[in-house]
Design a protein around this ligand. Structure first.
Ligand SMILES: Cc1cc2nc3c(=O)[nH]c(=O)nc-3n(C[C@H](O)[C@H](O)[C@H](O)COP(=O)(O)O)c2cc1C
Length: 486
């Protein structure tokens, strides 16, 4: 329903914007703009919009001028109950040195993150079966260590798409970094730079693309994850700008022609925005959307293999398809001249019951080899990588490298730069120990026969945990429930 409003302005970053005519077109719906009409909307705007979005997409006239920050100070609200609980939880956080693995960061993040941010980052599609399977599948792969090998020095360094990396791990693309940390994805850029790993920049970052590129160190390498816009000119501009700014690989996300149903995220949106009189009818249309859907309406569901030559005509960057979920599509990617694929089910956020990437890795490698397509073609995986031994298993089965999504977000949200750096060094230490105990002093010593994958296809779903009841709903309890238990 369109609500007629004849004068609507909001304050963003100290400037007043007239959004009267933009209101019906706002991809995230009218309700959120109406909620902040006549007020400072910066805190709601910032996590889900890059800073330059207004100047890029709206006419200059919408900016009515600046507002004196002193005038805004008086209007500053008291600390909300939710913020208070988070502040108390943060005061009780364990010291960073007490974080010993990626799961530790997750459990702290759950307690100190804002409920809507936690819901967005942690959610998976539907019953979250694929999301949990992603890590569980690693438990079905056992190791076959070799002894009496000189492992005094272990060298984990490698190259991915020709970019040097301290070890075969990269931070993959995840949207909306500012939900978890005021500086958003720049935290991930800096931590990747300091630890010598690659960062994949997301299309839907909270920071602008240039902010993330400007935050990198000399010689630090970045890739770009691309959501393809229905308006190909926008996509072309982004791709060519990325190439001009030194991005070393283009990863086209192919598993999201429609965003998955992440119910935890949807419910959180509903809980946060209780309907009021003006917008009740609009809420009935959008209340099921959640943060994910609100930001992704532009993604072109018509994207298909015949678009690949067009991408090849607009860029010389290596092109990889992110979100491949079976061997046939890996073969097609190679036949269309792509430089690789990321086997991924989007962290279990898209199609529930899509297989884990580690499960299909071996058959993908075997098929590519059989078809003679495995040369100059790099296969990456992401989803559920939580231990150094997970990295080892993926490399053994033929992956060139692995991506982490949520672990980096959780470390960033709880401990900022230092948290992400510690997380990466924990992964690195775990991989080093695993390589030493496996008798593999370098990455190229890691071989398929070192892992036992005979059980990989066994999916016993005996009696799945009632995940929603156990996890997602507990945040919906009256204030003071979960957070204050810390
Ligand atoms: C909060 C969040 C946001 C994500 N946003 C994107 C995105 O914008 N584009 C994309 O291709 N993948 C996105 N992904 C998927 C990740 O790139 C990756 O496939 C997944 O997180 C890997 O699983 P993991 O979180 O278990 O490491 C997102 C994942 C999460 C958790």
């Amino acid at each position: 329903m369109y609500i007629y409003v004849d004068d609507l302005w909001v304050i963003l970053h100290g400037k007043v914007y007239d959004l009267t005519y933009f209101l019906p077109e706002h991809p995230g719906g009218q309700k959120i703009i109406l909620k902040y009409a006549g007020k400072d909307a910066t805190s709601a705007f910032e996590p889900i919009h890059p800073i330059d979005i207004i100047t890029r997409l709206l006419p200059a006239e919408v900016c009515m001028g600046s507002i004196d920050p002193a005038a805004l100070k008086g209007a500053t609200k008291e600390e909300s109950e939710e913020d208070k609980l988070i502040r108390i939880a943060r005061e009780k956080m364990p010291r960073l040195e007490e974080m010993y693995n990626s799961f530790d960061f997750e459990s702290v993040a759950k307690r100190v993150m804002k409920p809507d941010a936690w819901a967005y980052y942690s959610s998976g599609a539907d019953d979250e079966i694929s999301m949990r399977e992603n890590h569980n599948a690693f438990h079905r792969i056992w190791l076959r260590p070799r002894v009496m090998v000189d492992v005094k020095h272990v060298d984990m360094s490698t190259t991915m798409l020709g970019c040097p990396a301290s070890f075969p791990l990269y931070i993959t693309a995840t949207a909306l970094g500012k939900l978890g940390h005021p500086e958003g994805e720049k935290v991930l850029t800096r931590a990747a730079g300091k630890t010598g790993i690659i960062q994949m920049i997301p299309t839907l970052a909270s920071c602008s693309f240039d902010e993330m590129v400007d935050a990198r160190l000399d010689k630090q390498n970045q890739w770009l994850q691309l959501y393809v816009n229905e308006d190909r000119n926008i996509t072309k501009h982004l791709v060519q700008h990325a190439e001009a700014r030194g991005i070393k690989g283009l990863f086209i996300t192919a598993d999201a022609p429609q965003l998955g149903r992440r119910e935890k995220d949807m419910r959180q949106k509903y809980a946060n925005e209780a309907p009021d009189e003006i917008t009740r009818s609009e809420m009935s249309m959008t209340r099921n959307e959640g943060a994910a859907r609100a930001i992704s309406t532009f993604i072109d569901p018509a994207l298909n293999w015949s678009d690949i030559p067009w991408f090849q005509s607009i860029t010389k960057m290596p092109i990889l398809i992110k979100g491949v979920q079976c061997a046939e599509d890996a073969v097609l990617a190679a036949k269309y001249g792509c430089q690789g694929v990321v086997l991924s089910n989007h962290g279990g956020r898209q199609l529930d019951f899509a297989p884990s990437s580690i499960e299909i890795l071996a058959e993908v490698m075997e098929t590519l080899k059989r078809e003679g397509l495995d040369k100059n073609f790099e296969v990456y995986i992401d989803g559920g990588i939580r231990r150094g031994s997970d990295i080892f298993k993926a490399i053994a089965l033929g992956a060139k490298g692995v991506g982490i999504g949520r672990p980096a977000l959780f470390a960033m949200s709880s401990y900022g730069d230092a948290g992400v750096e510690r997380l990466i060094s924990l992964f690195q230490n775990e991989l080093e120990m695993c390589m030493r105990l496996m008798g593999t002093p370098t990455i190229k010593d890691i071989k398929p026969e070192m892992v036992d994958i005979r059980n990989i296809k066994d999916h016993f779903v005996a009696n799945p945990t009632d995940y929603l009841a156990a996890g997602a709903y507990e945040r919906m309890q009256p204030r003071g429930g979960i957070i204050s238990k810390l």
